[in-house]
Design a protein around this ligand. Structure first.
Ligand SMILES: Nc1ncnc2c1ncn2[C@@H]1O[C@H](COP(=O)(O)OP(=O)(O)OP(=O)(O)O)[C@@H](O)[C@H]1O
Length: 740
């Protein structure tokens, strides 16, 4: 390891996302090219670097930096260069000169120890002084954190997140218990925390480590949709992560249960282990749903048959038997599930139910799990439909930054009837939050297609409720004539039954283009999306066509397809600003997707007259402007909402020329294009294909190898999830637990 010291004379390149920087370091002897992760570097800064000399094929000898430390500048020039570098908000070049002229070599000492004296400088008043002091402090602390943590492979973006969470306590928190990072900072998992712990010297066999490893294993299993793990599986998983004896893990499981971080439940001769919120939610869903289904509610006192007849006349339609049954059950029961595939008349049934209740002066409230699904429900019902999060009034807890729902059993939703659509997407946590905010006597109608992919979050709520046989379920199974015209609908049902599809019928809406290699598939998709489909069907290339892939990685995964599609659909142009972020280029005009719920993200209309909060997982927008000076990307959602992302928030955005099928749940697009090629069997499944195909309203184009299509249709191996909801619903009902 060698050390060098000098002043930064030039910055050749800086990647804003991961902090990788190439710069020139000048010292009395030489001008050296240094490379490495040095995100806070600025021209004129004096630094000391640690690292080694390397020989780059093209650029020759360079110094590869593993650690860098700012040297507090002592010369007047150094101090001036540091202050004038723009690192400190409120100080530009002119102000830097005035400050240095006034305080000379004591400048930095004054900013740090007697900052009020800055007011002696012309142009610095109370407000500016506060701004300078705050920025100087933050800068210093953030630097310290970056210097401490970059050797552990933590990128500057994460350092910033850590700093935002713990402020000046950051280093102290990490040194005391690095596993806290895994609990508190999204994106830092057990593995990174464990690496830091290892370097700090925390004992491999310490209880803290083992407990965190167990929680990590349980958290990981949520990603596969499990609400609990059987103890034997949990021990197996934790052993792989921790590399310690099973008995030690067993002891720590007991300690975690004692601390109420996890819950142990006996089922037959198995022990089930839940993270606490999941146990509470699973039990809560059972209790609430049985309670709501059993309590008294206002009788409508109407002749249902007569009401139905009159609505049928009004709409010029004859409801099928099961639709009539669904309407009657909706009126006569507390909780009802209406399920069915595409074109089976769910929407028509819901609209009839809404009208009957409204004609009888009942307040009907509509909601769906995502913004796009709620928008669609509004369109088809011609009434307001909210996202579940909005209906439950997302807010902040008074004594913390934690988000919570303001609607709950103490302040329930004011409604006589609540209809939830797309329930297959609702996980066990959200279902519990929803149900506990419904007052006894409100009728609840859950609508969804249980053959769609299950929720992204844990649980199998809709399927479990249906399978429990505890709640009334009406299954709509007739495909209506109008829907039969559509091969999308007909084929969707065929997929579900495992039957071969009708492909390439003339004048229809379902096509298969045969391509053998992955390269050919990508080329074909790029070509049809950018040329043939828009020309032939008069479509907007970006807005009307959505490419959906089953995998993120791989040749024909979302990442590669996005790169290929970007090259053709949004080429680089002189007038289009772009910015490099690790392996991604964000360019003005790019189609992007928000990939996590951000309930507090602010948006404004262009004329700033309208504003609001909340951008949700799956929302699609377009890059509208990139402001390099202020390091912000502006994205336009829903044609009116402009949202600013600082560079360190860009991990919430992904390109969306192509998205995963999972992310497309609850959304619909005029045209859907789907690559059909090899993937792990779990992703070559019937319900994945079914979900992708049912996203399309006008046209489906499959591109690839027909043998994988056949495999998908046959592969009915649904990804089994550990969920005890169906069983528990039965048990609770039998025990009459809730009637007390
Ligand atoms: N009883 C009926 N008689 C004739 N046509 C019907 C009947 N019910 C629904 N339809 C028609 O069938 C088509 C599909 O119905 P609807 O949109 O209600 O189904 P859906 O299950 O909501 O479908 P999707 O899930 O695809 O939105 C529509 O064109 C609708 O007008």
């Amino acid at each position: 390891m060698e050390r060098l010291e000098g002043m930064i004379s030039d910055i050749v390149f800086k990647n804003e996302e991961n902090g990788y920087t190439i710069a020139h370091l000048a010292n009395s002897m030489d001008d050296i090219v240094i490379v490495g992760c040095m995100p806070t570097l600025s021209v004129g800064e004096s630094i000391e670097v640690e690292g080694k000399w390397v020989n780059h094929k093209t650029y020759g000898t360079q110094f590869e930096v593993s650690k860098f430390m700012p040297v507090i500048p002592s010369s007047l020039e150094g101090i001036y260069a540091y202050l004038a570098s723009g690192m400190i908000h409120g100080i530009g070049e002119k102000m830097a000169k005035r400050i240095v002229d006034k305080f000379g070599v004591s400048t930095l000492d004054i900013i740090q120890n007697n900052p009020e004296r800055l007011e002696e400088v012309e142009g610095i008043g109370g407000k500016k002084l506060k701004q300078i002091v705050k920025s100087y402090e933050e800068n210093r602390e953030l630097r310290n954190i970056i210097i401490e943590l970059s050797p552990y492979g933590i990128t500057p973006n994460y350092c910033l997140k850590i700093y935002k969470k713990y402020k000046n306590k950051s280093i102290e928190v990490i040194n005391k218990n690095p596993y806290k990072l895994a609990e508190d900072i999204r994106g830092i998992g057990f593995k990174i925390a464990d690496e830091i712990a290892n370097k700090i010297g925390i004992d491999k066999y310490s209880d803290d480590r083992i407990c965190q490893g167990i929680l990590y294993a349980l958290n990981q299993s949520l990603g596969s949709g499990h609400t609990y793990l059987p103890k034997s599986i949990l021990i197996q998983e934790a052993k792989k992560i921790l590399d310690v004896e099973a008995s030690m893990i067993d002891n720590c499981i007991m300690a975690l249960a004692y601390d109420q971080k996890i819950h142990l439940e006996q089922l037959n001769n198995q022990q089930l282990i839940y993270l606490m919120p999941y146990y509470m939610s699973e039990n809560g869903v059972c209790k609430q749903i049985i309670k709501l289904s059993q309590c008294e509610f206002d009788d409508l006192n109407i002749d249902i048959d007569e009401e139905i007849r009159s609505l049928e006349k009004e709409e010029n339609i004859k409801l099928a038997n099961n639709q009539v049954l669904a309407v009657k059950e909706a009126i006569n029961t507390g909780v009802l599930v209406i399920t069915g595939g595409p074109g089976t008349g769910k929407t028509t049934t819901i609209n009839t139910i809404i009208k009957i209740f409204e004609n009888n002066k009942k307040k009907v409230v509509l909601a769906a799990p995502t913004g796009r699904a709620a928008k669609r429900m509004s369109e088809t019902s011609q009434r307001e439909a909210k996202t579940i999060h909005r209906l439950l009034e997302m807010g902040f807890a008074t004594d913390s930054d934690d988000l919570m729902f303001l609607k709950n059993e103490e302040d329930p939703i004011n409604a006589d009837v609540i209809i939830l659509d797309e329930v297959s997407m609702v996980d066990v946590l959200l279902m519990y939050s929803m149900l506990r905010a419904i007052k006894p006597g409100t009728r609840v109608i859950l609508v969804g297609d249980s053959d769609q992919l299950p929720s992204v979050g844990a649980g199998n709520v809709l399927k479990d409720i249906i399978e429990s046989n505890v709640i009334n379920v009406v299954k709509l199974n007739e495909i209506f004539r109008q829907a039969q015209e559509s091969m999308i609908v007909v084929n969707a049902h065929k997929i579900n039954k495992g039957e071969p599809l009708f492909l390439n019928s003339k004048g229809k809406d379902f096509f298969f283009i045969r391509k053998n290699t992955n390269e050919e598939i990508i080329d074909e998709i790029v070509e049809i999306v950018s040329e043939r489909l828009p020309k032939f069907y008069k479509l907007d290339k970006l807005k009307d066509i959505q490419v959906l892939a089953s995998m993120r990685k791989g040749d024909v995964g979302v990442t590669n397809l996005n790169m290929a599609l970007q090259k053709s659909l949004n080429k680089p142009e002189k007038f289009k600003v772009e910015e490099n972020f690790a392996k991604r280029i964000f360019r003005v005009g790019d189609k992007v997707m928000q990939i996590k719920n951000n309930y507090t993200k602010k948006w404004e209309s262009e004329d700033r007259k309208d504003s609001g909060e909340g951008i949700y997982n799956g929302d699609i927008g377009y890059i509208y402007h990139i402001d390099k000076e202020n390091k912000k990307v502006h994205v336009l959602f829903d044609q009116v909402k402009i949202v600013d992302y600082t560079y360190d928030e860009l991990d919430e955005l992904d390109h969306s020329f192509c998205t995963t099928i999972h992310k497309s749940q609850g959304s619909e697009f005029p045209v859907v294009v789907i690559p059909i090629t090899w993937a792990p069997p779990m992703l070559l499944s019937r319900n994945l294909l079914y979900t992708a195909v049912t996203r399309a309203k006008k046209l489906v184009v499959l591109v690839g190898d027909v043998k994988y299509l056949e495999y998908m249709i046959k592969n009915n191996r649904t990804n089994d999830r550990y969920s005890n909801l169906a069983n528990k619903l039965n048990k609770f009902k039998q025990e009459g637990l809730l009637l007390k």
